[in-house]
Ligand binder design. Structure first.
Ligand code: ADP
Ligand code: ZN
Ligand code: ZN
Length: 683
């Protein structure tokens, strides 16, 4: 396939046209120039024009001057000579002999740039590993070999059916939703589909939400794989990422497994895309260009005319709805195969059975019983650190963050008041700055404190804490989990890092320490996210010989949502959520675009958004405009944040934003705009 050279023909024509009109200015040297569009890092809506004496293929990296610096850019083909053809700057160095990006990715990025109204360069460059972005040469590929171990059990009928249906659609675009309860063997379906794709000499892209949490799944896939694989994610060393990229590009790597950052990795023989836990918000890219890797994966499959399989026990409501409409093909796995058991739920009324150090009597007893039975218990608390609040018991003073409308979290070891929103850290005071009192007490529970309490209460068993603070070092996660995987009795305590994907064979009990937190979220998606999280956490239990029990500690045991979540019927729950969304005209009934603005003063931020609203209102379109309003946390990281929420159809929103934009990276005085099409968080 030829590489895209979008403006070559018309550019040449206008070049000669202009020359014959003005006759002079253009030197012969300038006339022999070839003008190229180069994507460079930075908030440029499009590529910048440079010149060279020889042609350079699209997808080749070049070194170019930019202001006073030199940067690495990506050539995206010829372009029309600019008006100032004498002043364009030359390309300093050509870094590749072969393109490092294939035409399919240009096509994908062009779609994304149009849909998300985001700079093309931002989209394409963020997908290139740092080492390559810095100009290092493309390394030799180094894929890992699969172990070709035979599958240890026969497939279930449901698995066979799902696999056959995807296979019968190889070679054409189709979106499949593999909606299978937790522990129903979705990973096995992946493995099977991978081997059938490899048998056709095609590559597979497997997207996962967070790789650190998926090591176990990668191991399982690698065990059965007859072929090669690479894993790539932002936690990997630069060189390793570049090698994975090189392998995918050259075709040496059959299976590329990675987080959202690998969506824009070239795979010339791509035959199948798999998206694990498709509902996970980690698929939303929030730094730089905002896009959903899941949604763009669907576009990539469509452009390549291949099938894509989205998998989840708790599909995003948008995905679930598409399957109901018949636009996606739903495949179900309703049973846990083999010896896996079902999970039962129990609510604990924390008003009657009051928690001591974060745990109710009922929860403690259940943990004790689990451990003496030789099994494992998981305590889920989605709040890292020691305690959410430090309180002066004399006057009621609590510290706030200097830069945010937020309370810093108290951490111990080391002693810190740490704002999780802006990362500001300070030593906790020993004396109350308001009244001079000395009684400063931590209030509430974080994982650090709860694990301390568990260690006291269960001194004979290991307590393993898994959260971002205990897993920063490379492979820390795997090391911490070793005894868990080995099946030794222990208590696991941690945040949502523990909710996803793991297959702990001896895990019998899950305690949800604070279930009230989730239901109180302000966002219209709060209930959906909470239900997904709870279902995922609960799904860790009872996966093998053991029965699973989930105990939920709550002060609001009569909330209707608990009954629905506990019924373990995700479709019934989704039906309820959908009815609410429909009534209030939220997605998936409508589409959203969020214009956010930030600046040093709240007045100017809201005023700038007011002007934006005015522009959009003047279009007299059927768009509903909510705001301008302060963001849910208005002061964040020394800046005031405001937002304007647009509700409408995709087409009208896209049109209106184009008419009035660009909004991404727009600056008005000290106010910076950002645009989020299909936002996942109204933050
Ligand atoms: P999910 O990804 O749906 O949560 P997994 O793929 O982790 O489920 O499978 C759960 C467990 O069931 C795994 O230990 C896996 O080895 C086992 N398993 C999968 N398929 C089968 C099968 N056909 N027969 C027996 N056990 C199976
Ligand atoms: Zn005080
Ligand atoms: Zn802060």
């Amino acid at each position: 396939m030829p590489l895209p050279r979008p403006h070559y023909a018309s550019g040449t024509a206008s070049f000669f046209g202009r020359r014959s009109l003005t006759e002079t200015e253009v030197s012969p040297e300038a006339m022999s120039r070839i003008f190229l569009k180069i994507l460079v890092p930075g908030p440029f809506a499009d590529g910048l024009t440079y010149h060279a004496t020889d042609t350079i293929d699209a997808g080749i990296r070049v070194r170019v001057p930019l202001g006073t610096r030199e940067v690495i850019g990506l050539c995206c083909g010829h372009t029309a000579p600019p008006d100032n053809i004498e002043t364009t700057k030359p390309i300093i160095e050509v870094l590749d002999t072969q393109p490092i990006i294939d035409p399919a990715l240009f096509q994908l990025a062009e779609f994304a740039a149009d849909y998300y109204l985001a700079p093309l360069g931002d989209l394409l460059l963020q997908g290139i590993p740092t080492a390559l972005r810095k100009g290092k040469p493309l390394p030799a590929p180094k894929p890992e070999q699969g172990q070709s171990v035979a599958r240890p059990y026969p497939l279930t009928d449901e698995q066979t059916d799902a696999i056959d249906r995807v296979q019968s659609g190889f070679d054409q675009f189709n979106v499949f939703l593999l909606q299978g309860v937790t522990g129903s063997g979705k990973t096995q379906v992946f493995s099977e589909l991978i081997s059938r794709t490899l048998a056709r000499n095609q590559q597979v892209l497997l997207l996962v939400p967070e790789i650190g949490l998926t090591g176990q799944m990668v191991d399982r896939i690698q065990a059965q794989l007859t072929g090669t694989l690479n894993v790539s994610h932002s936690g990997l060393a630069d060189g390793a990422r570049a090698r994975a990229y090189a392998g995918a590009l050259s075709g040496d790597t059959d299976v590329l497994i990675g987080t959202r950052s690998v969506l824009f990795t070239p795979l010339p023989n791509l035959g199948l895309i798999l998206v694990d836990e498709e509902h996970d918000s980690a698929y939303k890219n929030q730094d730089g260009a905002r896009f959903s890797a899941r949604d763009l994966a669907i576009v990539r499959a469509k452009q390549a005319d291949i099938p894509i399989l989205l998998s989840s026990a708790t599909p995003a409501l948008e995905t679930w709805h598409q399957a109901n409409l018949g636009r996606y093909t739903r495949l179900r796995l309703t049973q846990r195969p083999g010896a896996a058991r079902q999970v039962s739920f129990r609510l604990i009324d924390a008003r009657r059975d009051q928690p001591v150090h974060g745990l109710t009597q009922a929860a403690r007893m259940r943990i004790e019983r689990t451990l003496t039975n030789g099994q494992q218990a998981l305590v889920f608390l989605n709040r890292r650190g020691y305690a959410p609040v430090l309180l002066c018991t004399d006057c009621g003073w609590t510290p706030g963050c200097r830069h945010c409308d937020a309370r810093p979290t108290l951490h111990r070891a080391p002693d810190l008041l740490w704002c999780h929103h802006c990362d500001h850290k300070q030593r906790p005071p020993t004396v109350c700055p308001d009244c001079g009192g000395l009684q400063l007490l931590p209030v509430g529970q974080g994982t650090e404190r709860l694990s301390e309490a568990l260690e006291h209460q269960f001194p004979d068993w290991p307590v393993i804490r898994i959260d971002r603070d205990t897993t920063t070092r490379r492979r820390a996660f795997e090391t911490l989990l070793e005894p868990v995987i080995a099946g030794d009795p222990c208590i696991l305590i941690g945040t949502q890092m523990l909710a996803k994907g793991h297959d702990f064979k001896q895990l019998a009990t899950v305690i949800v320490a604070d279930a009230d937190q989730g239901l109180l979220g302000a966002d219209f998606r709060a209930v959906e996210h909470f239900a997904q999280l709870l279902t995922q956490v609960a799904g860790r239990a009872g996966r093998h010989q053991t029965d699973g029990e989930v105990l939920i500690q709550t002060h609001r045991p009569d909330s209707e949502w608990f009954a629905r979540i506990m019924s373990a019927d995700y479709d019934a729950l989704a039906e309820h959520i959908y009815a609410e969304r429909k009534q209030y005209q939220w997605p998936p009934e409508t589409h959203l675009a969020l214009i956010t603005a930030r600046g040093p003063h709240s007045d100017s931020v809201l005023q700038a958004l007011g002007v934006a609203a005015q522009h959009i209102r003047q279009l007299q379109s059927p768009i509903r405009i909510l705001g301008p309003a302060p963001a849910p946390m208005e002061r964040r990281n020394r800046q005031f944040h405001g937002q304007l929420l647009l509700v409408g159809t995709r087409t009208v929103l896209n049109w209106a934003l184009k008419e009035t934009g660009p909004w991404a990276y727009r600056r008005r005085g000290q106010v910076m705009f950002q645009l989020d099409v299909d936002p996942w968080d109204l933050w």
